[in-house]
Ligand binder design. Structure first.
Ligand code: NDP
Length: 397
């Protein structure tokens, strides 16, 4: 049915390549390209059957991207490199007249700032070119946004309160490691907290607000209010929302390490001079931490991510909780990666499928909640991320 170019061969790229290769009726031709070609080759070898072509590309470099895209002629480019590359890949897609999908919004390298404004600014150019850009199609953002769209379409007349809750109840056995790219992860969790209330953003100190929340099949976990990018598009697309927050669980051990890393300056994104060479401390730290794609081996436990919503239906107040639990070991058995990479890579694959099947295809730049959630929700159940619902219970909201 279609040709897809995947850019990025980390934990998420590994899952996307595996999943797409297992769906030949949708993904006829697949190329996996990244900065380090040997990583692409290793993934392709693991999958076997010569299903995946590989290539080297520096995705910061538009002419290199253009040459690669024009050579392979994909219908869609799936960007699972880093958020820094979003704009260069979008530029190359426009030049080559190819549609685009990613899982994380653009952030500049020299400023840890998550905002859609840079990518939303491409709206007119994608529209005029008749191309589709699908933004934030991982789990969060991604499935959490589609869960909200599903709730808005099928469960509520108006959504008033939204808590997105992200629990990793797993244990990888390492003293400290991050479940996705360490640099992006540490930048995300050390920034100030932010939530939406009564038409405005409320800022908090990092990890200032926290409380225990109960997660299905996992139990009670201390959960911290952090800012997460889907809040920005969800409050725009669902203006009835009075309050929107994002909660993530962190273990004490993780937080202690994080505090030390920050206190000794290793989380800094400011370049320093070390023995005549300029290095960025957080990039050096990434080089010594375990790579996310190597965490799967002994990872036990599961993730539980979902949306807790309060709103009205037919004039009555109601609550709704929709979530997915994913076991690290199941993810590892299927793709050789842990559940955080899995829960990101599967939705990216489904988003690409939606595009190739013309179910999510319209000119312009869109967040995932702006598409029909129904066919996507159906595929979640089929492709390894089944969802569960709880109606009208106490959802701690
Ligand atoms: P990794 O660090 O494991 O992988 C990133 C890959 O991108 C690596 O293969 C890396 O190459 C490659 N890359 C980096 N820079 C370039 C470049 N300039 N040119 C070409 N390739 C490049 O990250 P993850 O797989 O964990 O995450 C991938 C993306 O998914 C990130 O954007 C992350 O923010 C996002 N994500 C989204 C989630 C969601 O739910 N929405 C959850 C988790 C992650 P090399 O191997 O040479 O370093």
């Amino acid at each position: 049915m279609g040709r897809v170019l995947i850019i990025g061969a980390g934990g998420v790229g590994t899952v996307v390549a595996h999943k797409m290769a297992s769906l030949p009726e949708v993904f006829e031709d697949i190329m996996l390209a990244s900065r380090t070609k040997s990583k692409c080759d290793a993934i392709a070898r693991n999958i076997g059957n010569d299903r995946i072509k590989t290539a080297q590309v520096d995705a910061d470099n538009v002419p290199e991207l253009v040459e690669l895209i024009n050579g392979f002629k994909p219908d869609l480019v799936v960007n699972v490199a880093l958020p820094y590359q979003d704009l260069t890949i979008m530029d190359a897609c426009l030049e080559c007249k190819v549609s685009y999908l990613d899982t994380a919004n653009y952030e500049p390298k020299d400023e840890a700032k998550f905002e859609y404004k840079w990518q939303w600014a491409y709206q007119e150019r994608f529209k005029e070119a008749g191309l589709t850009a699908i933004l934030g199609c991982g789990f969060d953002p991604g499935v959490t946004s589609i869960f909200t769209a599903h709730a808005a379409k099928h469960v509520f007349d108006e959504i008033h309160y939204l808590d997105i809750v992200d629990c990793n109840g797993g244990d990888h056995g390492k003293a400290f490691a991050t479940n996705f790219n360490p640099e992006i992860n540490i930048r995300e969790v050390t920034q100030k907290g932010k939530f939406w209330e009564n038409g405005d953003w409320v800022l908090t100190e990092p990890h200032e607000i926290h409380k225990p929340l109960n997660y299905p099949n996992i139990g009670e976990k201390e959960s911290y209010l952090i800012y997460h990018e889907e809040l920005e598009s969800l409050v725009k697309n669902y203006p009835t929302i009075k309050r929107a927050r994002f909660w993530m669980t962190f273990g004490q051990e993780y937080l202690t390490h994080l505090r030390v890393i920050q206190n000794i300056g290793m989380a800094s994104i400011e370049p320093i001079n070390y023995e005549g060479k300029e290095i960025v401390p957080i990039q050096f730290l990434k080089a010594v931490l375990p790579a996310p794609e190597t965490l799967g081996d002994n990872y036990i436990g599961e993730t539980s991510i979902g949306c807790r919503i309060r709103g009205v239906k037919d004039g009555e107040e109601k609550t709704y909780y929709i979530y997915n639990n994913c076991k690290h070991q199941d993810a590892f058995k299927e793709t050789g990666t842990q559940a955080v990479s899995y829960t990101t890579g599967v939705p990216a694959t489904i988003g690409a499928m939606m595009f190739l099947q013309d179910k999510w295809k319209k000119p312009g730049v869109f967040n995932v909640e702006e598409f029909n959630p129904d066919p996507f929700m159906e595929q979640l159940n089929k492709l390894g991320l089944p969802w569960n619902e709880i109606h009208d219970a106490d959802i701690e909201l």
